[in-house]
Design a protein. Structure first.
Length: 115
């Protein structure tokens, strides 16, 4: 199969070419180093990889909209849908149920204990 060289490449693809040329390195640190790095990243409101870049004196972008994610298997989705009494395909209510459950967990568990 030949590719027509006259076809214009979309601009958004050109920026991904730069991304592809980046080198990704993975590290395994001692537990105490990894925990400290992650805690500093949390304290600074950035990702652990941004914390590494900060320590190394490299540029890093602060997160645009910090958020947490979770990956759910179809079985996880079914369990949660039953728990929240919703359809498993209803992502908006699934997200709402999860948000409320997590918020309730932390509001219940973060209150000062009375002596």
């Amino acid at each position: 199969m030949s590719i027509d060289k006259k076809v214009k490449i979309p601009e958004r693809w050109k920026t991904s070419d730069r991304q592809i040329k980046k080198m990704q390195l993975a590290f395994e640190f001692e537990d105490y180093v990894e925990k400290q790095l992650k805690q500093e990243a949390l304290d600074n409101g950035i990702s652990p990889s941004s914390q590494l870049r900060k320590i190394l004196g490299l540029h890093y972008d602060p997160p645009l909209k910090p958020r947490l994610t979770v990956s759910l298997t179809p079985e996880d989705t079914e369990i949660l849908a039953k728990r929240y009494d919703i359809e498993a395909s209803d992502r908006a209510y699934l997200r709402l149920g999860i948000s409320r459950e997590i918020e309730n967990y932390y509001s219940k568990n973060s209150k000062p204990k009375k002596n």
